[in-house]
Design a protein around this ligand. Structure first.
Ligand code: HEM
Length: 219
C-alpha cells in the first residue's frame, strides 16, 4: 500500500511535468504569445496555470508520502469539502490567469480608467472577464477559510496557515488592482497562490491519513 501510493504519486507528478512542457510548447508553436488576444489564448493560458496547480499538488502529495511512514485513504465525509476546496482553487487560478493576461495585453493608465473599462460593453472580452476573479476569489476564499477552521482539530497549524494566506492574498490582490500590477506584486500574488494550494493539499492529506499511519506531530 505505502509503496504503491508513493509510486502512483511520483508517476502522477511525472505526467504533470510532461503535460506542463507540452502546454508550454503548444503556446509557443501556436504563436499564442506577445500581443495575441485570441479566444484560443484565453483558454490555453488558464489551462496552463491549472496544470501548474495539478503539478504542484501531485508533488506535494509525493513529498508528504515520502516524509514519513504514512498513507492516506480517500474516504469519509470530508471528501466533498476537500473536492469543493480544490474546485474553488482551480476557479480562482483560472480566472486569475485570465485577469493577468488581460492586464498584460490591455494595461490601464489608472485605476479609475481600468475600472471603467471592466464594465464598458465595447471593451475586449478579456478586460470584461477581469471582474470575475475577485468575485470568485472572495467566495472561494471564504469557503476555504471556514472549512479549514471547522476541521482545525486535525491540523491546527495548517488551518491557521490557510486562513492567513487567504486574508493576505485578498490584500495583495487589491494592492495589485490599485497599483496597476507592478511586477513585484504579481510575483508575490502568484507565490501566495501556490503556497495556498500546497497548504490545502497538505490539509487534505492530513484529513485523509490512514489512522494506523498517523503520527503524533502537530501540523
Ligand atoms: C484567495 C485569494 C486569491 C488567490 C488564490 C488569487 C490567485 C491569483 C492567481 C493564481 C493569479 C494569476 C497570476 C498569474 O498568472 O501570473 C491572480 C492574478 C490576479 N489577481 Fe488574484 N487571487 C486572489 C485574490 C484576488 C483579489 C481579492 C484580487 C483583487 C481584486 C485579485 C487580483 C488579481 C489581479 C489584478 C491579478 C492579475 C495580476 C497579474 O497581472 O499578474 N486577486 N490571482
Amino acid at each position: 500500500m505505502k509503496g504503491s501510493q508513493r509510486r502512483m504519486a511520483a508517476l502522477t507528478t511525472g505526467v504533470a511535468i510532461i503535460i506542463e512542457a507540452l502546454l508550454g510548447a503548444w503556446l509557443v508553436l501556436a504563436e499564442l504569445v506577445a500581443d495575441d488576444a485570441s479566444v484560443m489564448r484565453a483558454i490555453s493560458v488558464p489551462v496552463h496555470l491549472v496544470n501548474t496547480f495539478f503539478l504542484l499538488g501531485a508533488l506535494t502529495v509525493t513529498a508528504w508520502l515520502l516524509s514519513g511512514d504514512r498513507t492516506f485513504r480517500w474516504q469519509g465525509p470530508d471528501r466533498r469539502m476537500i473536492s469543493l476546496g480544490v474546485l474553488g482553487l482551480v476557479l480562482i487560478g483560472a480566472s486569475g490567469a485570465v485577469t493577468a493576461l488581460a492586464g498584460t495585453l490591455f494595461p490601464s493608465e489608472s485605476f479609475a480608467e481600468g475600472f471603467a473599462r471592466d464594465f464598458d460593453a465595447t471593451s475586449h472580452f478579456l478586460t470584461r472577464l477581469r471582474i470575475l476573479h475577485p468575485i470568485v476569489a472572495i467566495l472561494s476564499g471564504v469557503y476555504l477559510m471556514t472549512q479549514a477552521q471547522r476541521r482545525k482539530d486535525v491540523a491546527p497549524r495548517l488551518a491557521t496557515s490557510i486562513t492567513g494566506l487567504v486574508a493576505v492574498q485578498w490584500g495583495v490582490g487589491f494592492l495589485n488592482v490599485v497599483t496597476l500590477t507592478p511586477l513585484a506584486a504579481q510575483v508575490i500574488h502568484l507565490l501566495l497562490a501556490d503556497l495556498l494550494l500546497v497548504a490545502w493539499v497538505l490539509f487534505a492529506t492530513e484529513l485523509m491519513q490512514d489512522a494506523d499511519s498517523r503520527d503524533s506531530v502537530e501540523v
